[in-house]
Design a binder for this molecule. Sequence first.
Ligand code: TYD
Ligand code: MG
Length: 460
Amino acid sequence: MSKRRTKFCCQECGYESPKWMGKCPGCNQWNTMVEELEIAKPTRHQTFITSLESLTGGASNKPRVISSIESVQEPRIYTNYKEIDRVLGGGIVPGSLVLIGGDPGIGKSTLLLQISSQLASYHHKVLYISGEESLRQTKLRADRLRINSEKLFVLAETNLAYIEKTIDELSPTFVVIDSIQTVYHPEVQSAPGSVSQVRECTSHFMRLAKTKGVAIFLVGHVTKEGAIAGPRLLEHMVDAVLYFEGERSYTYRILRAVKNRFGSTNEMGIFEMKDDGLQEVLNPSEIFLEERSEGAAGSIVVASMEGTRPVLVEIQALIAPTSFGNPRRMATGIDHNRVSLIMAVLEKRVGLLLGSYDAYLKVAGGIKLDEPAIDLGIAVSIASSFRDQPSNPTDVVFGEVGLTGEIRRVSRVEQRVQEAAKMGFKRAIVPKKNLGGWQIPKGIQVIGVSNVQEALEYTL
Ligand code: TYD
Ligand code: MG
């Protein structure tokens, strides 16, 4: 009998090595190497022949002139959840493999069960496979979400062979695997959730999706300790990767695409977790401004773009004298390097002496902003708190701040201003370079500014 060989595999990044190491050379994480049994691989010659045959399908495969290839529009399956269809790039593509990652308990199973039921109500055959919950638990959840459909099939199974058989027999349009970490390939020796299992099962699902034309959604838990192989490892293997995130203490959840072969990656969908499931938030500006205390120093509203949709969000700053030697700079929802940079600009170009002050910045509502156009909002909120001067509650600002204090042009001004006008704001402070060439909506005054100093004169 041949000797059983083992290898060590990093549970974070998948790096393999014949010997154990404390620190993974692939991702520099500590204590992530775990021993796994190696699967007997066919010899190199066999692999080459079979892969060549499967590639060419037995026939010869010749390069073609690109203009001679007929272009086909990908057909789409609509979930009728606007937020989800937009993030997916216009609906679900048949035969695609999509990974939904997120912290445990954030609402992935809820979201997918709701999508499943929605599709089933449009007469698509849907198979929901749960490896984490029993049928009764899934039923309880479905009752809570008021889901009941003749076209929605549920299966509690973790063996890949059975799963494949069921998909074969049922031939559904849409399959959910909840979660990829619980599924195991009977021929792979290591435990479910280990790197080899997760990788092997995912590539199996990819083949299934492509050969049968069924759309498969995989749920993947994100783990920090690397005890279970995380979705990061699978990103390159699937067609799209969506992250479902949010602060557990807030009820808002954000669905974001980080990879999408069929659409853009800067779209996001916003949901609210209610007692009876997730509800779409079609007008995010409204919720992000809901609890705003008007007339308080250190607060300003910015018009930021999330993908193709403008959202108005409040930025808050608190500037307080430092009690210890080193001033603290803290930011939630914004990159703190950006905050430091803008503080330096304010100090040097506007003359605000912020050196011995702590700065705390926060984006209201628990969302993350990552766009240069919010720079001006950061600058105004810091100056407003430092001078203890409230900004005008009906002002909205946006613009990128350069190192010399200049305000730089940003994209999609018209949409941002339209959103502000729609939400009842009276003035928009925008980059001067952005003026002209677009229609100013009714009921809002637009002011162009060319540097931070000028912007502060208008707003404070
Ligand atoms: P779940 O979908 O089980 O999370 P995941 O699959 O990502 O681990 O969601 C779990 C949380 O959602 C749980 O704490 C309860 C809450 N929840 C609601 O608030 N309302 C609901 O209708 C449902 C089904 C869950
Ligand atoms: Mg779950």
